[in-house]
Ligand binder design. Structure first.
Ligand SMILES: [Zn+2]
Length: 459
């Protein structure tokens, strides 16, 4: 099945606009790692794709961590002595230190100051700050606004609750012919931040919606989770079955104008690493491939040594390195419809490779088969052969039952689609057969507690 051909039938301008529209719907919600913000977000995703929502009680141990208390917020402000709201959560949810404990007090500026967070380098932007695992309260504001505060008594109010409740995450499972899975994960725990969270959420939702109508080789599992603690919680609850994950991608920061950055899995040579590298090299040559590092997004958890899943991370701007990161400038203007659409297309292109990447065997390996008599070669000799003929020759030369089509594409320098088309045509003409899967010992190296989770392919 050719996913990309089907996606390309849609108008990419419309696709981009729709992705951006969905981001705009989700943008105002005050999300956090727990609470009603992420619940409402998941409910809106559920209107588009089948989503199973899990609620995990506070206090549940998950590996070395514990599911935290649930945080919710109704209102927050700082009022000056005239009663005017000078900082207002209702205007921008970034104004509150995420996970702030409740507070209601009146205090002079000197006492308030240690609870104010600003960005002196970008004096008009509001920073995004959190305090999930240490009780604290605070407000985030523009540095220029803070500098303009006069000596006064300020009324501070944070109407939040932090109590035993649940951690909520959403899971969309799309069954394919094989029980082997492709895992697509994105965090959905940031408040009004567009690139860092909503770009991944909207593209993952659209990808799931697109795949849900298709006949698939692999089964697909989409996770919409709070960052770090959500991935840890999901892994703790699925430790027994996680070995089904053959390929995985974390999607984040894929709506801005930067070129793509793909961070490889910890394995460094997984099929997903190879597939993403190939797709980006051909379609987006300005992209950069990064080696794995144990910091970043939830690939840290999926790739932790006990699991070592083949999960990479697709980004445009790299987290923490662009000025808008974790500020009010990561807004709906920072993400662009065209870039969102291109990111969706890149994901579909990679899945297209994974869905079609097989090993074949040349059934006529003793000298070249005569392609001309099968009408598979140009009839008159010329100077150069085209991509189509070249792809057929490469496939016949390299398909020995060991190498995959992706290996052939990489070695030949030709796009995967040309190699795949050639393989299909040669197979139809009786010159190629599919090698049995598992013959080359594809395994998942995930182990934990000394117990192996090695699985052979089921397809
Ligand atoms: Zn973030």
């Amino acid at each position: 099945m050719r996913l990309l051909n089907e996606l390309d039938r849609k108008d990419s301008t419309d696709v981009g606009r729709e992705l951006h529209r969905f981001a705009a719907e989700l943008y105002p919600i005050c999300r956090s790692i727990t609470g009603d913000g992420i619940r409402r977000t998941l409910a809106m995703i559920q209107e588009r794709i089948p989503l199973q929502i899990s609620e995990v009680p506070s206090g549940t141990p998950v590996f070395d961590w514990t599911v935290p208390q649930e945080w919710n917020i109704r209102d927050a402000y700082i009022k000056d002595s005239s009663g005017k709201r000078i900082v207002d959560f209702r205007q921008c949810n970034l104004h509150v230190l995420n996970y702030s404990t409740p507070v209601r007090a009146t205090m002079p500026l000197r006492e308030l100051r240690p609870h104010l967070f600003t960005l002196p380098d970008y004096p008009d932007w509001i920073p995004y700050r959190t305090s999930y695992y240490e009780a604290n309260w605070g407000f985030c504001m523009a540095n220029n606004q803070m500098l303009a505060l006069r000596d006064d008594d300020y009324e501070v109010c944070i109407e939040s609750t932090l109590e035993n409740g649940h951690l909520t995450y959403g899971e969309c499972y799309l069954p394919g012919h094989s029980t082997d899975e492709v895992l697509i994960s994105c965090h959905a725990c940031h408040p009004s931040l567009a690139n860092d969270n909503l770009s991944g959420v909207t593209v993952a939702t659209a990808l799931a919606e697109f795949l849900s109508k298709r006949d698939l080789r692999y089964s697909y599992r989409f996770l919409f989770i709070p960052g770090t603690i959500g991935a840890i919680t999901w892994l703790a609850r699925n430790q027994e079955t996680v070995g089904r994950v053959r390929h995985g991608l974390v999607l984040t920061g894929i709506g801005d104008a930067s070129a793509f950055h793909y961070k490889k899995s910890r394995r460094g040579n997984a099929e997903i690493d190879q597939a993403m590298t190939h797709v980006l090299q051909h379609a987006n040559p300005s992209s950069q491939i990064l080696e794995f590092s144990p910091y970043g997004y939830d690939e840290r958890q999926y790739c932790s040594p006990g699991f070592n899943l083949p999960v990479g991370c697709l980004m445009r701007s790299i987290w923490g390195t662009f000025p808008e990161y974790h500020t009010s400038a990561d807004n709906l203007d920072f993400i662009k419809p065209a870039q969102l659409a291109e990111s969706l297309r890149t994901c579909a292109a990679v899945l297209d490779v994974l869905e079609n990447n097989r090993r074949y065997r040349n059934l006529n390996p003793y000298c070249e088969p005569q392609l001309g008599k099968r009408d598979l070669y140009r009839s008159t000799g010329g100077k150069a052969i085209g991509v189509e003929i070249s792809a057929r020759l490469w496939v016949l030369s390299l398909c020995d039952g060991e190498r995959s089509l992706l290996d052939v594409a990489q070695r030949s320098g030709l796009p995967f689609s040309a190699i795949n088309d050639a393989a299909e045509l040669l197979r139809e003409n009786g010159l190629l057969s599919v090698a049995p899967e598992g013959a080359t010992g594809r395994t998942c190296e995930a182990t934990n507690n000394g117990r192996s989770l090695v699985r052979q392919s089921h397809s």
